[in-house]
Design a protein around this ligand. Structure first.
Ligand code: ADP
Ligand code: TYD
Length: 230
């Protein structure tokens, strides 16, 4: 076959995949977790793009959302003392409740791959570091869909803060102070859920993506096997 023929057949395949997205029964739910500056949003966009090119219907989303609770949460980044620890936790739960009902659950039942930048493990880590009981936090999250895969990107807090300042050109907010991020990172590193995959976030963007895609390919294959068996 001539190179041109093979290229055009690849293009045909890609086009038809884009016209008829590859749907997964009950969807696939992937979340990115880790402290600030680890590269979650960078990797989420790379993964979403790669999966779309492979023909999957992808919904990329994040928490806190841009909804009413998410906006209240963003006010806390300036003045965290404005609410109690309990009220802060309730704001994250209310934001997630709306997010699950309006975006995540419908997209999963439509057969999409949902990729979320932060989810309830962030609540365990950040509100846990803020003094709330971790078991209580998990209990308040138990009715939400459990991810098929939670990728925890790991990095030294000082390195994450350096990236926020020097690469994102932002000033770290109250949640992003190094002493707080040390506590948050400690909680993330002790988590033992079987759907967690840990990846070194201080490697190059390309290498991190390679590991991320490897972990995703594994859960996609598991889903496919479950489908055949059922
Ligand atoms: P997060 O969403 O975890 O806070 P970002 O994806 O916004 O992190 O990344 C923080 C900054 O670091 C961005 O400016 C981004 O371009 C950069 N960055 C992300 N991943 C890497 C990497 N592996 N190596 C170097 N810089 C990175
Ligand atoms: P971040 O991903 O940095 O969003 P943005 O780019 O809009 O600033 O998340 C904002 C902060 O919210 C981050 O410091 C972690 C914190 N957070 C919690 O404390 N609990 C949670 O449940 C979630 C989802 C986030």
């Amino acid at each position: 076959m001539k190179t041109g023929d093979s290229q055009s057949s690849q293009l045909d395949e890609l086009e038809s995949a884009q016209k008829d997205p590859q749907l997964i029964p009950d969807g696939l739910f992937i979340v990115f977790e880790g402290i600030d500056g680890t590269g979650k949003s960078t990797q989420l966009h790379l993964l979403a793009e790669r999966l779309r090119q492979l023909g999957y219907a992808v919904v990329a989303t994040r928490e806190p959302t841009n909804g009413p609770y998410g906006q209240k949460i963003r006010e806390l980044f300036v003045d965290r003392g404005a609410v109690s620890q309990e009220e802060e936790l309730e704001l994250f739960i209310a934001d997630r409740d709306q997010h699950v009902k309006e975006i995540i659950a419908p997209a999963l039942s439509d057969g999409c791959v949902v990729i979320c930048d932060r989810y309830y493990l962030s609540t365990v880590a950040y509100q846990g570091a803020n003094g709330m009981d971790q078991d209580l936090i998990l209990k308040k999250n138990e009715d939400f869909p459990v991810p098929d895969l939670a990728i925890i990107l790991e990095i030294e807090p000082a390195h994450g803060i350096h990236r926020i300042r020097n690469q994102r050109h932002e000033h770290p907010n109250t949640f992003e102070e190094e002493a707080n991020l040390q506590k948050v990172a400690g909680i993330f590193s002790a988590m033992q859920q079987d759907y967690i995959e840990r990846i070194n976030g201080s490697d190059s963007i390309e290498n991190v993506h390679r590991f991320v895609f490897g972990a995703v390919a594994k859960v996609l294959a598991q889903k496919a096997t479950q489908q055949v068996e059922s």
